[in-house]
Design a protein around this ligand. Structure first.
Ligand code: SF4
Length: 585
């Protein structure tokens, strides 16, 4: 790996290249390097939408070298939660950072006018972006790709849409073809810095140290991806296959988590999307799996046979957030919503849960047509949801702007916090499988299903009997192990391909010699550092409550109480070494 950081100061309009072998030797890459760089560059008290917030991008020692090590970690202070923000994206970004010769990029300061960064190896050009400010994510991509900018090499384009410009706290940053730094508001941070887009590329390569050993390792990983069946599900129907599976297990959130199964799930299953709407499948750079499913959305724009066809990415989380959770059973309607979300640049999960909160709040009488400008909200009414998105896109103050701040803020503003399906202020992912999923959302460092895979443990518990203590220990072990996977920035869909033996061989070949004990210490240290950063931002483990509504519904594992969560959380904090009542000054 390059062991170089590109530091960009937007305020000064300057950049420099920092060689830091010690950092990469110690912290490997990805999430671990990003955590260290956040400690170095970002005051935990920084205003998330101020110039003193930073954006860190980091890749790992396997990036662009081994298959499916495709992701880039973004770290920043989140405007959505007010504490550590972390999000991962695929596409071509990791490859392009490699080709440019950097293992990490730090962006600090803020520009006074809309700006586009064009990074070509060591040359960083600050270009005015006023002419594309206001453009959708798709139009921005089209202009940058076809224009005079960014001609050389294998380029990646990361940009924001109007939602990021308006600083919606859950605006995402879009990478290449419908890949995203989706969660926790990186798009708003870019918007606050007047950074419309970043293009990066170059032509640099590093020679492999031991070609014979490398070839053997590469072939093992490649063969496992394409032949073992470990990743077939992702290639075939993609994660959308989980709609039917989770519905069967009664773990599919429906109508703002009122119910854990959707009576019309078959109509929006991965099978239906695959058979009827699938138009194309693509892959992140250097992934032979290709799990990105794009549907064709053909829409009439003029009475006289005027049609346009857009390709819209879909997967399980998107279908849950804008489908079952809003009680929408028409795939075309879901695609129309997703297309709008894609162009504006919102995080689809946070948006979907905020819309489901709004519907519940309307039905419960907490808001009325006075707030909604005359709109009557009902579950299943896709046209009204589309109209809400249009009004949010207009950015006028009031109810529709409040929706851009997420379900928890809205729940507090309109006195129905119990209806907001948020955990640590982050909107819930699509799992209503039981107490381990909810515990994962609550205690996970990103408040995401990706932290400790509690949803998978709930599903496994159908066939297993182990104590609560051991269940939580498994989750804590998973959280620590994911520090390693996310420092290598392997796509988590390949987590079963990258066995401990393969990782160990790869590290010895491409990073440095290290023992199993050393790796365990490394994982625990990075996880603890992240929690410490969160604590310094003001986050408190004791503040984490189950949304009130969830104590009244039936999950795939039955009813879940706050006490169930508290017991699990206490075990988790002990296992990861964070006292539940701690304060860090
Ligand atoms: S499995 Fe999918 S998300 Fe993962 S690297 Fe491949 S194409 Fe990208």
């Amino acid at each position: 790996m390059w062991m170089k950081i590109l530091e960009i100061d937007l305020t000064a309009g300057e950049h420099k290249v920092i060689e830091d072998e010690d950092l990469f030797h110690m912290a490997m890459g990805g999430t671990a390097v990003a955590t260290h760089l956040m400690e170095r560059y970002c005051d935990p008290q920084a205003d998330p939408l101020g110039a003193d917030n930073v954006i860190v991008l980091a890749t790992g020692p396997f990036s662009n070298i081994l298959p499916v090590a495709t992701k880039t970690v973004a770290m920043f202070k989140s405007p959505h939660t007010g504490e550590l923000g972390e999000s991962h994206a695929g596409g071509r970004l990791a490859m392009s950072m490699y080709n440019a010769g950097f293992s990490a990029i730090v962006i600090k300061g803020a520009a006074t006018e809309p700006l586009l960064l064009d990074i070509d190896e060591d040359t960083v050009t600050f270009l005015p972006a006023g002419s594309i400010w206001g453009y959708s994510t798709t139009a921005t991509d089209r202009v940058l790709r076809s224009g005079r900018m960014g001609q050389r090499g294998k380029r990646s384009i990361m940009r924001i849409g109007p939602a990021g410009e308006r600083m919606s706290t859950y605006a995402c940053a879009t990478v290449d073809t419908q890949r995203h730094f989706g969660r926790l508001g990186l798009g708003a941070v870019m918007g606050s810095k007047n950074l419309k887009a970043l293009m990066i590329g170059g032509g640099r390569y590093l020679p492999q140290p031991d070609r014979k050993r490398f070839r053997a390792l590469y072939d093992t990983v490649y063969e496992s991806v394409v032949k073992s069946g470990e990743m077939r599900k992702y290639h075939d129907l993609g994660t959308a296959v989980n709609i039917r599976n989770l519905n069967h297990l009664q773990g599919l959130p429906t109508r703002n988590f009122s119910q854990s199964w959707f009576e019309s799930a078959e109509k929006i299953s991965g099978e239906v999307f695959g058979d009827t709407y699938l138009a194309n499948q693509i892959a992140c750079a250097h992934c032979p799996c290709g799990c990105i499913h794009l549907a064709a959305l053909r829409e009439q724009f003029h009475e006289e046979h005027g049609f346009k066809t857009a390709q819209v990415s879909y997967d399980f989380e998107l279908i849950y957030a804008l489908g079952s959770n809003l009680s929408i059973d028409d795939p075309r309607a879901i695609l129309r919503l997703l297309h709008k979300v894609e162009k504006e640049g919102w995080d689809a999960m946070s948006l979907g849960v905020t819309l489901s909160w709004a519907t519940d709040a309307f039905l419960g009488g907490y808001i009325g047509t006075e707030e909604t400008g005359g709109l009557v909200l009902r579950f299943g009414d896709a046209d009204t949801y589309l109209e809400i998105l249009n009004r949010m896109g207009e950015g006028t103050p009031g109810f529709f702007s409040n929706l851009e701040r997420g379900a928890q803020v809205c729940g507090e503003l309109y006195d129905c916090r119990h209806l907001a399906m948020t955990f640590g202020k982050n909107e819930a992912a699509g799992y209503m499988t039981g107490p381990n999923a909810f515990t994962d959302f609550i205690v996970g460092v990103r408040h995401s299903h990706l932290d400790c895979a509690g949803y998978a443990l709930d599903q496994a518990m159908v066939k297993m009997e182990i104590s609560v203590e051991d269940q939580v220990k498994k989750m804590a072990d998973e959280a620590k192990f994911r520090m390693l996977l996310n420092s290598l920035v392997i796509c988590l869909f390949a987590r079963n391909v990258y066995t401990k033996d393969i990782i160990s061989e790869g590290l010895n070949l491409l990073w440095r010699e290290c023992t199993t004990d050393e790796l365990e210490t490394f994982n625990a240290d990075i996880l603890r550092r992240k929690y410490e950063f969160k604590l310094k931002c003001g986050w408190q483990p004791t503040d984490l409550e189950l949304p009130g509504k969830l104590t009244e519904v039936i999950t795939g594992a039955g009813r879940v109480t706050q006490e169930d969560i508290d017991i699990r959380a206490d075990i988790y904090w002990r296992e990861v070494g964070i006292p539940a009542d701690c304060h860090v000054e």
